[in-house]
Design a protein. Structure first.
Length: 453
């Protein structure tokens, strides 16, 4: 919970969780917990810009883990210390702790720690103008970053498979339980009928009438209970679907953010280093300016560097984090319009106040997906996006003048794309409708109730 609130820049709430952890640790005085709490303190102070307090906390975590012999947490703590020292330009200490984190990380196959430490060593070598080492460290960073990505992907896949199997078993057990209950009720009902038959043979018509009325009431009660149980099962299944969808989307966004950061910091840094080498060669050997092969190679590297930045920007636009949804959508529209194939205009009303971060990211992904569909399938020349907010209600409309499509046709590609958008709309508890006519265009309307809490 602490990490989540810090990452969302909710400093006040994250501080409450941190203080709670410190209080709990003070009461039990556990060294392992103390090391973890100290690491969280360092992360908090680093996020708030108090680097002196952050270095004290990180070093405390490092020393505790080292004294406990916990080499895994020791390597992570050393990596945190190295990153902080590099940030405050204490390059000697940064290199010392980066080397230690790297050595332990390679021994324990902690690929993320190794990749991070190689990134620091690369930057330190570049500052020393030891470009040979910088290039070597950059290559190692890419290798271990890829390994970390594969390792994390496997972990997530296994986790999802386990959750799916558990959910499947729970549903099977629930179905069997319901069947057994129905069978037991059926047996009870038959026994009651047999008893009623015995009594009816020797009782008066009044008693028979009373029994019939009682049996009827029980039957109605059983029907009501059965209907209630079915409604409860549907509700719980819906809740499980929402939770699964939430976990999946949160995982996707976290993965997008991590990959975008790796592209920008890792591969982007490597391209910057290569461009620096080209510039140095061009400066030292002026004749290379007239060499076509050299110039083409330099242009290819430069284009690749721009493409990496573009991909990282599309995965997690910086303008969305800093300036909000409206500016991020405007930037997206301008980039598409610049291609001359599709002119996209944006109209915004009542969006003066920013939404929460999760809602903004999800709405951005929806618009991004819709515009991609227009470009790929609609053959349109004009598109209009409207955001209209009135109090707690937000309406989003996307229109194009493309060739349209049959909303009832079973086109697997269109169905998959619309299903993806529908799942994100459902995640925000919204509603979506589609109006499309052949050779006229398509209008997609979405309505959301915005919860500021």
């Amino acid at each position: 919970m602490f990490d989540a609130y810090v990452n969302e820049h909710d400093i006040a709430t994250s501080r409450k969780y941190l203080d709670s952890a410190i209080a709990i640790n003070s009461s039990i005085n556990n060294l392992v917990l103390s090391a973890m709490v100290a690491n969280n303190e360092g992360f908090y102070y680093q996020t708030t810009g108090d680097y002196q307090a952050a270095s004290i906390a990180y070093l405390k975590s490092y020393q505790l883990n080292k004294s406990l012999g916990n080499r895994l947490l020791q390597s992570e703590a050393a990596d945190n210390v190295a990153n902080l020292y590099y940030k405050i330009k204490n390059e000697k200490e940064a290199e010392k702790y980066a080397l230690e984190a790297n050595a332990i990380g390679r021994e324990l196959k902690l690929y993320q720690v190794v990749a991070s430490s190689y990134m620091i060593l690369k930057n330190l070598a570049a500052k020393k103008e030891d470009f040979k080492k910088a290039l070597l460290f950059a290559e190692q960073n890419k290798i271990y970053a890829d390994s970390a990505l594969n390792q994390e992907t496997q972990r997530i896949t296994l986790s999802l498979e386990s959750k799916y199997q558990n959910q499947k078993k729970e549903r099977e057990i629930a179905a069997l339980t319901i069947t057994n209950t129905q069978n037991e009720l059926e047996v009870v009902r038959r026994n009651q009928l047999l008893i009623a038959g015995g009594i009816a043979s020797s009782a008066a018509l009044v008693i028979l009438g009373l029994f019939y009325r009682n049996s009827r009431q029980k039957h109605l009660l059983a029907e009501q209970q059965k209907k209630y149980q079915q409604e409860q099962i549907k509700f719980l299944e819906g809740q499980q679907q929402v939770m699964s969808l939430q976990s999946m989307i949160n995982g996707q966004e976290a993965e997008r953010t991590r990959i975008a950061k790796d592209l920008h910091d890792g591969l982007g840094g490597l391209f910057s280093t290569v461009k620096m080498y080209f510039s140095t060669l061009q400066h030292d050997t002026p004749l290379l300016k007239e060499n076509d092969l050299f110039q083409k190679s330099y242009d290819i590297v430069d284009n690749a560097s721009v493409e990496v930045r573009r991909i990282a920007h599309n995965m997690m636009p910086e303008v969305l984090m800093k300036l909000g949804l409206a500016n991020a959508i405007k930037d997206l529209c301008d980039n598409i319009s610049a291609g001359k194939l599709l002119n996209v205009s944006l109209e915004v009303h009542g969006m003066n106040k920013r939404l929460n971060a999760t809602t903004e990211i999800m709405l951005f992904r929806i618009i991004q997906k819709l515009l991609n569909n227009v470009i790929k399938h609609a053959n349109a020349t004009e598109a209009i996006i409207q955001f209209i907010r009135e109090n707690e209600r937000l309406s989003v409309i996307v229109e194009d003048n493309g060739r349209g499509f049959d909303t009832l046709a079973k086109d697997e590609k269109n169905h998959a794309g619309i299903a993806t958008i529908q799942s994100r709309v459902n995640y925000l508890n919204g509603k979506m409708s589609i109006d499309s006519q052949k050779n006229v265009g398509t209008t997609i309307m979405m309505d959301f109730l915005i919860n500021e809490g």
